[in-house]
Design a protein around this ligand. Sequence first.
Ligand SMILES: [Zn+2]
Ligand SMILES: [Zn+2]
Length: 230
Amino acid sequence: MQGMLKGFLDLLYPTRCRVCGVFSKSVLCPDCLDSFSFIRPPTCKRCGKPCNIEVDDCKECRNRFKFSTARSLGLYEGNLKTAIHKFKYKNARGLAAIFADMMTGLVSDFDDVELITYVPLSRKKELKRGFNQAHLLAQEIAERTNLICDATLMRVAEEVDQTKLSLKQRKKNVRGAFVVDEKKDVSGKSLLLIDDVFTTGSTVDECSKILLKAGARNLSILTIARVCSF
Ligand SMILES: [Zn+2]
Ligand SMILES: [Zn+2]
């Protein structure tokens, strides 16, 4: 009987929520999903930062970024932060599809997207982790939007851990960290660049800068979450 009951429960709740551990139908339970701080209007139309009123560009991003628009699903805090940590560091790859389902809804915020690309990891980091979380997300979003996902960038410099650096240090740290893959033609294309977290924007902006320099027409940024304190 016990075996039958277990089999029945397994059928109902075949997995565990990767965030809180409860038995769940999905790798993310409804309670954890509901607890995410989703970003809702009003926001800065350019960088996607929550604002008191909708603005074309906020004072933090005015004249600062090379990309044209950035959007994120939610704030990098609470259970969303935990979910991203599990995804990246605890190999919870099943979360990629759930994040991508929600992120795909934001793609219509961008004027035109012709190609989806992503922020690369260094070879060392990707080998250690076994995957690049931004690449996984980009592939999942491409499948849902019928767009092509392609690598356009390579990470050349092995940087120090960004998380402990100031804004100024972060900018300096990512400068020269990426090159455009010579085999890829980005000229005249409008690109959507995917990353996991928008912290100060230094990383995605550096990527945008070199892709625009290589001839890309437009850069839009989409991340799972963003930090809101800069
Ligand atoms: Zn949960
Ligand atoms: Zn802004």
